[in-house]
Ligand binder design. Structure first.
Ligand SMILES: *Cc1c(COP(=O)(O)O)cnc(C)c1O
Length: 364
């Protein structure tokens, strides 16, 4: 049997006619930049999350950069985040000259350990950037309480959690600014790069929209230093079609995760989802001791696996200058040695799940 990890092909084929037509419409209109689909998608994203404002952009990475630029993050400012995430989280902070201040993760959820945040807050701290990893939202109430106490902004890195809920509220609508990604392999993916920002603050929304287009307020009038960070009309048109089926996709992902849990619950550390949370299962990640061997053998059996992430960010060469060392964040370090993601997509069949878990159990 040959298993597809994210099955992007099927995601296209299932709605091929509608997607093809949407793409053709954009191409024949020639409105490749800021066509009407962009605005239409923003309206739908805003309604979907319940956030007052949704602003699309060129990628999840750009969403983080735009959020921090809109919040006037300056060189030397400190932003608290976790080292157990995709590089973009901390990279964008450093890109703006600000300083990523790492806090270890919770061993159960792999999200930032809210008990360790307060001791890292200094007079230079400007924001907390929790990551809603693998599709599960971080402990936003505790984070927001700290942010209010110390007058900080909160930027949710929701690149993996669009559509997830926390106490009934949608990801991206739980902080000062929520940032998501529509990279093809994310739960809601387009056919290239894409992203979006969400806020309930009208002033921030206007500023983000302006910075997204070179800081302009009207044509050739530039109020801010900005970037070229717009979402392509083509990607917007594709996302409008995919958003129609997204709730169904989430339910199917949940069903896959539940079946994995049932098969694997007694044999390994399965994902832990907090009671208040509904995950969108960007990844289904378990903990294994002999990861390398398992991955090699599974690959031979046609089962792709992945590691999110093998090296915590404080130990990456690019962050050497921050002065962290091995042992600084023991939970992140341990988890990065054992974590392994299984194929996850809405189309995995019972037979495939049985095959994957049976082969895996023999190796545990
Ligand atoms: C994917 C991802 C990003 C970056 O999104 P892109 O659209 O690939 O730029 C940022 N943060 C996290 C946690 C991600 O998983």
């Amino acid at each position: 049997m040959k298993i597809d990890f994210a099955n992007l092909t099927k995601a296209y084929l299932e709605h091929r006619k509608a997607i093809d037509e949407a793409m053709r419409n954009v191409v024949s209109s020639s409105r490749f930049i800021m066509g009407e689909e962009v605005r239409e998608l923003e309206k739908q994203l805003q309604q979907y999350t319940g956030s007052k404002h949704a602003i699309t952009c060129a990628s999840g990475t750009d969403a983080l950069i735009l959020a921090m630029m809109a919040l006037d993050i300056k060189p030397g400012d400190e932003i608290i985040t976790t080292p157990f995430t995709f590089i973009a989280t901390a990279e964008t902070i450093a890109f703006l000259g600000a300083i990523p201040v790492f806090v270890d993760i919770d061993e159960a959820t792999y999200n930032i350990d809210v008990n360790l945040i307060e001791e890292k807050i200094t007079s230079k701290t400007k924001a907390i950037m929790p990551v809603s990893l693998y599709g599960q939202i971080a402990d936003m109430d505790e984070i927001n309480t700290l942010a209010i106490k110390y007058d900080l902004a909160v930027i949710e890195d929701a690149a993996q959690s669009f559509g997830a809920t926390y106490k009934g509220k949608k990801s991206c609508n739980l902080s000062t600014i929520g940032c998501t990604s529509f990279f093809p392999a994310k739960p809601l993916g387009c056919f290239g790069d894409g992203g979006a920002l969400f806020t309930n603050n009208a002033e921030l929304s206007d500023k983000i929209k302006s910075i997204r287009v070179h800081g302009q307020t009207e044509r050739y009038i530039h109020k801010y230093i900005g970037i070229g960070g717009r979402l392509d009309t083509l990607q917007a048109a594709i996302l409008i079609e995919k958003l129609k089926h997204y709730e169904k996709d989430i339910i199917r992902r949940q069903s896959v995760a539940k079946k994995y849990n049932e098969h694997l619950g007694n044999d390994t550390t399965i994902p832990f989802i907090k009671e208040n949370n509904i995950s969108v299962w960007a990844q289904y990640s378990i903990r294994v001791k002999n990861r390398k061997d398992i991955q090699t053998t599974m690959k031979k059996k046609g089962i792709p696996t992945a590691v999110h992430y093998p090296k915590p960010l404080h130990l990456q060469e690019c962050f050497e200058y921050l002065g962290y060392k091995e042992g600084d964040f023991p939970v992140s370090e341990n988890v990065s040695k054992e974590i392994m993601s299984l194929p996850m997509n809405p189309y995995l069949t019972d037979i495939e799940i049985q095959y994957i878990t049976k082969e895996l159990k023999e190796l545990l």
